[in-house]
Design a protein around this ligand. Structure first.
Ligand SMILES: Nc1ncnc2c1ncn2[C@@H]1O[C@H](COP(=O)(O)OP(=O)(O)OP(=O)(O)O)[C@@H](O)[C@H]1O
Length: 226
């Protein structure tokens, strides 16, 4: 049996602004281990709203969310913060690196926060991730001294530091030129193909989506293909 890493069951999201608007309707799907999934759809169709729920950051919805076949719905914020740090790696459009910190320190931070390994072990693991992404030579540089493409690779290394069960991305190539977008895509592909890493990536980039393993397409808050 294939492992289900993430499962959405009949998720509904409404905003009350001030009239009630339903922005997600009956979202149901599963993602299994090692899948590289892209979420696409027109601007405003609900992609970011959905990712916010799937990443456990928004708890105000109807339906159920399971990660690793465990129910996330109804858990406390403290519990969800711990689960997020342990199980989910995030890559955003903007990298949110701490500029004054070194590259390796940035990568280490979620590892130190988790507290599963000693500082020395976290540093060793961070270096391994940087090596895997071909940027270990940047380890001691301050984050503001490196290029945009390098910063996004550091952000991916940081997302991987705790060996997440799933990596989630919100437009991770949205701020990059073609060459760097391609590089990020290749990294994701290698993570999925070689390391069996599960990935769920929201993207505007049709080409990116078509070359990922599977497309979830949304329209007006519904899934129309998955
Ligand atoms: N806090 C909010 N209050 C009210 N409506 C909201 C709120 N956040 C988002 N929406 C609405 O929900 C819908 C979905 O927005 P969402 O940002 O999820 O779309 P998206 O597909 O990610 O768009 P984009 O591709 O432009 O980022 C939109 O109609 C948006 O206006």
């Amino acid at each position: 049996m294939q492992d289900t890493i993430l499962e959405a069951r009949h998720i509904v999201k409404e905003f009350h602004d001030p009239v009630t608007v339903q922005v997600l309707t009956d979202i149901t799907f599963k993602i299994t281990k090692g899948e590289f999934v892209s979420v696409i759809g027109k601007s405003g169709c609900g992609k970011s709203t959905l990712l916010y729920i799937l990443s456990t950051m928004d708890t105000d919805y109807k339906g159920e969310l399971l990660i690793d076949q465990e129910l996330m719905t109804g858990r406390s914020d403290v519990e969800l913060a711990r689960i997020r740090n342990e199980k989910i790696g995030f890559v955003f459009q903007f990298h949110y690196l701490l500029n004054e910190f070194s590259v390796i320190r940035n990568v280490m931070l979620p590892g130190l926060k988790l507290g599963r390994y000693s500082e020395q072990e976290v540093e060793h693991r961070a270096l391994e991730k940087l090596k895997m992404l071909g940027i270990d030579h940047l380890a001691t540089k301050e984050a503001y001294r490196i290029s945009g493409g390098e910063k996004q690779r550091v952000a991916i290394a940081r997302a991987l530091i705790n060996d997440p069960h799933i990596v989630m991305g919100d437009e991770p190539t949205g701020n990059l030129d073609t060459k760097n977008s391609e590089m990020v895509f290749e990294i994701f592909h290698e993570l999925a193909d070689v390391h069996n890493q599960t990935l769920l990536i929201v993207t505007h980039d049709q080409g990116f989506a078509e070359r990922s393993g599977r497309i979830i397409e949304m329209e007006d808050g519904r899934i129309i293909r998955h």
